[in-house]
Design a protein around this ligand. Sequence first.
Ligand SMILES: NC(=O)c1ccc[n+]([C@@H]2O[C@H](COP(=O)([O-])OP(=O)(O)OC[C@H]3O[C@@H](n4cnc5c(N)ncnc54)[C@H](O)[C@@H]3O)[C@@H](O)[C@H]2O)c1
Ligand SMILES: [Zn+2]
Length: 662
Amino acid sequence: MSADPKIRMQELAAQVLEHRRRYFVLDQPVLSDAEYDALERELRDLEAAHPEAADPNSPTQRVGAPPLDQFRKARHATPMLSLDNTYSEDDLRDWEGRVIKGLGFSPVFSAELKVDGLSLSLLYQDRTLVRAVTRGNGEEGEDVTENARTIADIPLTLPAAAPGTLEVRGEVFLSRRRWEELNRERDARGEARFANPRNAASGTMKQLDSRITAERRLSFLPWQMIGSAAHSSGMDQLAAWGFTRMPAHGEGTFADVLAFIEAQREARLKLPFDTDGVVVKVDGLDFQERLGFTDRVPRWAIAFKYPGLQATTTLLGVTWQVSRAGKLTPVAELEAVEVAGSTVRRATLHNADELLRLGVRVGCKVFVEKGGEVIPKVVAVVPGTLPGDAPPPAVPQACPVCGGAVGKDSDEEVAWRCQNPECPAKISARLQHLGSRVALDIEGLGEALVEQLAPRFAQPWDVFSLLEDPRNSLARLAGLERMGEKSAQNLMTALEAARRKPLARWIHALGIPMVGARTAELLAEAFPTLEDLWAAPEPKLQAVEEVGPKVAAAIRAFAALHPGLPGQLAAMGVAPEAPAPRDRAGLPLAGQVAVVTGTLPTLGREEAEALLKALGAKVTGSVSAKTTVLVAGEKAGSKLAKAEALGIPVRDEAWLRALKPE
Ligand SMILES: NC(=O)c1ccc[n+]([C@@H]2O[C@H](COP(=O)([O-])OP(=O)(O)OC[C@H]3O[C@@H](n4cnc5c(N)ncnc54)[C@H](O)[C@@H]3O)[C@@H](O)[C@H]2O)c1
Ligand SMILES: [Zn+2]
């Protein structure tokens, strides 16, 4: 790196050009966007500080990259520019300042999500799509009309209300899901992964065979209608003519824009596709025209970018974490890197199959991504960084926590598991489940405490042994990390109360494979105590609604593995509260087996089910010969058909409400 600004500018310009080629032409970047943006920013800043030494042909003066030779080139009637962009609110305020200076007042702004794809210009003549062109270098792009025709969101013809000639610009993109699928196909063919959906979309638009493009199911969202009186009204019109409207958008004052940016910071992460910011535009065309353009960008628009969710870093090693039910998950140990404001040192590699497909080797560089999920993940290897000699990381032969054997439960299973039933790692996952809100709801039994407690117990329910010698337990608990006397006392109180929680919660809390909350509830109704459940032979278990041979076998296996459990729990003072079906006799729906389906006019599914239960009915999830009534709403499907076929009476919400005693 040179200290001489002129030489440094040349270095940077060469790097920027090379990275643009990799990104725009090859669709195989080796930097994250944030890393690339930093290079371009440094070059711009140097050029601004040393205008006399700046190269007039610098890439900062140009848009994108030249069009590819494989495609026919087409000129844009109006240049397709880029957007000025910023990561800071201060810069955004400065931009508003310049707009006010240009116009004399602060106008109405529009704000909408910045979809991370590639821009496309669509030309309609006689209300028919005649040409689709990529941005290219802004002056001319690639004619990709055949490929554009395969995109379902792009209308091939417009309704009579639309003008005969029309140019629409917008973003072509791939959903995250399609990107992942596409990468799997590439893995299978030994091709490098696309680092992100944007690269995948761009690669797809450059397919010479439009049948391939069609298979990949690209999407399109418009962000400009050339010539419309205002941005917002143009977008409304396009929506009326068959285009999809940007999912999040709004118009208003500059303060509204700032609020929109805040609101979208997290909300956008729930969308099925990537967005990298918010585009803010002066809404009115007359004002846009007064503000005009620089060589490269309009003055009337700016992109506010959220901190990039991707970074590149070096893979230092692969470790294995033993998670719930003994599953072994590979974890990437990374050279520390900043991603969206926090330091990332570890990222998930999902499972052994994905690890293999990703093709990582210790020492290579990887793209890591922090999306909507809590745990960052490794998404792809940075092309050209695989060390030649390192072997692929292997699944460990022994459990890294307990040293127990590692295996798969069945051939179809993706996950490798520790086979030791008493592995402390498993105990901690099961203890966490036991205390979770859906199970015994033991307040204070959080992750940090569970981690510390688990190694002391052979089974999760042994946590109740703490109640045997409360004084001693309190002292021990209070001595644990992040615990004090008060929280120790609270935990003891919560444990005491949990001993008398309903039987259904207890059955669920034990962690019997295949027995969820709902099955537990049905079992609790059929077997008033744990002893009864433990003693039940398979046919008796299968007589319970929703319990098939697999679930019955799982219950039997669990009981066989822990034969003394009901007695052991009773000895610790556990006395689950049995459901009270006996006093149901007088209720209007006593003895009925009900199923709810479809959308009811006012009641939610859970509310309707709760009401049915309160009225004495048993509620199940599927229609069978045992069902005595089906409560159906709008859009009821196969359950309704089945009930009708079986001659089961079908009722509606009004019927249910009428039964309810006021
Ligand atoms: N990783 C790398 O190596 C590398 C290299 C080069 C460029 N890049 C990335 O490419 C981008 C630069 O490309 P750019 O010049 O196209 O700028 P840009 O993508 O940041 O912004 C301009 C583009 O935003 C798109 N856009 C999406 N939603 C829009 C909306 N609602 N309204 C208007 N436009 C909208 C349009 O296609 C427009 O052309 C940056 O994100 C940069 O990080 C990365
Ligand atoms: Zn283990």
